[in-house]
Write a protein that binds this ligand. Structure first.
Ligand code: ADP
Ligand code: G3P
Length: 498
């Protein structure tokens, strides 16, 4: 039997493939960026074939780097950017339209109409989500309404839809398996997270035929075999989870109260609430963390749309840096007397504000403000936004109020020591960075390897989590309160500007 697992991480801006050995050590990896399409203000799309092609090419590159053959892979795990949705012809496999990406705001008006009709409470009660364009359901409603013939063809049973995992599995298995896992389903706004099934009332409200939707499975399950023509061998797919959920697993946050925050394009903080689906009173989401051995584990989630993307904006938008890593030295060099705040509401604000229409702003600019202060403000905005979430989580979750808070962090941005220290300063808690920063890939590799019997029980896996560095607050309460107060005022002003 072969002893290698391939983790495919299909993210918002790039696709990665990482090969893990039997000891869950990464032995090879490949990564490719793909084109982002912005056809209108606030619209974000991906070409669905780019998603499939980058999966195939990064898989081939990673296998080559590892000196393996495709047939040496025991199982594949797929983790993905969540909520992004594809609609395709179930016979030809051709998409009817580009994938509509989670960041896309085109359904803001439809969401407002759901609120105006008083439907948001029902949606939140069943799905744990809010009437926000972020989630897949309103994107599907838009496609059925706006793509020529889509509604009729959907009613005739000619079409399939799904989040990115479902699209990739459909293509990789040669159109044989139309499936997803419970964590991805829980992000669609169409899935009843308490009953564990697609919700008829919501489907009727959104005019979505159930025949479009995939079968929902555990996160560690049999998702079918790839067609030989796709990856070079009939490899089994044994693990699937939304990227933030895979990171929960990779960070071994298996106990209630354990919390992680992932800093990539956006930032997503999740706290495990065990078998209880806690309803947030502070504008957080209730979601399925993962589903293992038939048991659903829930989480509270705070979603921030722009984290590392603020650094990308410094690079690609205003050109003050060439590499993300330059921001560290620039933040250190920034003038401490310059109180500059960036509210990076480039695509609206997520939790806990949930305002899709507001746009970004900067405050406190003087003639002395330059690239260093811009960079510091971008990095600081990530910590302030996290504090907004953690405060909401503390208020929502009994476990968090009673325990000393520890936040496990991962994602590309955690490479920045300055940002992690500022995060600890603002949160006033321990911020733990593990040795493995590719926790998302690790988590889904674990799910796939657990399914095929290669990897141990969760409790044993959790013992292998290893700390790289722990950050603790170095500032006093007065300074923390002053800085956070400035942030709160900056956000209020941004929102009131509209
Ligand atoms: N040293 C760094 N300092 C600050 N930001 C960084 C650094 N390295 C990477 N980033 C940011 O992290 C993000 C990439 O993280 P990653 O986890 O790969 O994101 P994703 O999975 O969303 O594509 C980018 O937005 C980049 O700007
Ligand atoms: O692709 P990432 O890592 O930015 O993650 C995107 C999230 O899953 C969106 O909810």
């Amino acid at each position: 039997m072969s002893h290698f697992i391939a983790a495919i991480d299909q993210g918002t801006t790039s696709t990665r493939c990482i090969i893990f050995d039997k000891d869950l050590k990464a032995i090879a990896s490949a990564q490719e960026e793909f084109t982002q399409h912005f056809p209108n203000s606030g619209w974000v799309e991906h070409d669905p074939s780019d998603l499939v092609n980058t999966v195939k090419s990064t898989f081939a590159q990673a296998i080559k780097e590892a000196g393996l053959m495709p047939s040496d892979i025991a199982s594949i795990g797929i983790t993905n950017q969540r909520e992004t949705l594809v609609l395709w012809d179930r016979i030809t496999g051709e998409p009817l339209y580009n994938a509509i990406v989670w960041q896309d705001r085109r359904t803001a008006d439809f969401c407002q109409s759901l609120k105006d009709q008083g439907l948001e409470a029902m949606i939140t009660e069943k799905t744990g989500l809010r009437a926000d364009p972020y989630f897949s359901g309103t994107k599907l409603h838009w496609l059925l309404k706006n793509v020529d013939g889509a509604k009729e063809r959907a009613a005739n049973g000619e079409l399939y839809t799904g989040t990115v995992d479902t699209w990739l599995i459909w293509k990789l298995t040669g159109g044989k398996h139309h499936v997803t896992d419970a964590s991805n389903a829980s992000r669609t706004m169409l899935y009843n997270i308490h009953e564990g099934q697609w919700d008829d009332e919501i489907l009727t409200t959104f005019e979505i035929p159930k025949s479009l939707l995939p079968k929902v499975k555990d996160s560690s399950a049999d998702f079918g075999h790839c067609a030989e023509s796709e990856l070079g061998a009939a490899i089994h797919i044994g693990g699937v989870a939304g990227d933030q959920h895979a990171a929960m697993v990779g960070q071994a946050c298996f106990e209630p109260g354990m919390m992680k925050s992932t800093y990539g394009t956006g930032c997503f903080a999740m706290v495990n609430t065990g078998d209880k689906a806690v309803t947030s009173k502070n504008n957080l989401l209730t979601t399925i963390a993962y589903q293992l051995d038939g048991k659903t584990v829930y989480a509270l989630e705070g979603s921030i749309f722009i984290a590392g993307a603020a650094v990308q904006w410094l690079r690609d938008g205003i050109g003050v840096i060439e590499e993300a890593s330059e921001t560290e030295a620039m933040a250190k060099a920034a003038d401490p007397k310059e109180d500059v705040y960036l509210v990076p509401a480039f695509v609206g604000l997520g939790a806990p504000y949930w305002n899709p229409n507001v746009r970004g702003a900067m405050f406190g600019i003087t003639r002395n403000t330059g690239p260093n202060e811009f960079s510091r403000a971008a990095l600081e905005s990530v910590a302030y936004q996290t504090l907004d979430l953690i405060d909401a989580m503390r208020a929502d979750s009994g476990e968090l109020q009673d325990t000393e808070l520890v936040l496990r962090v991962d994602g590309g941005m955690t490479a920045s020591n300055w940002t992690m220290q500022f995060l600890a300063d603002m949160l006033d808690c321990e911020v733990d960075r593990p040795t493995v920063l590719e926790t998302t890939a690790l988590g889904v590799a674990y799910l796939a390897g657990y399914q095929s019997g290669l990897y141990p029980e969760p409790a044993q896996f959790a013992k292998e989590w290893a700390l790289d560095r722990s950050f603790k607050s170095l500032i006093d309460e007065q300074l923390r309160a002053k800085k956070y107060d400035g942030w709160k005022r900056a956000v209020e002003s941004t929102i009131s500007y509209g």
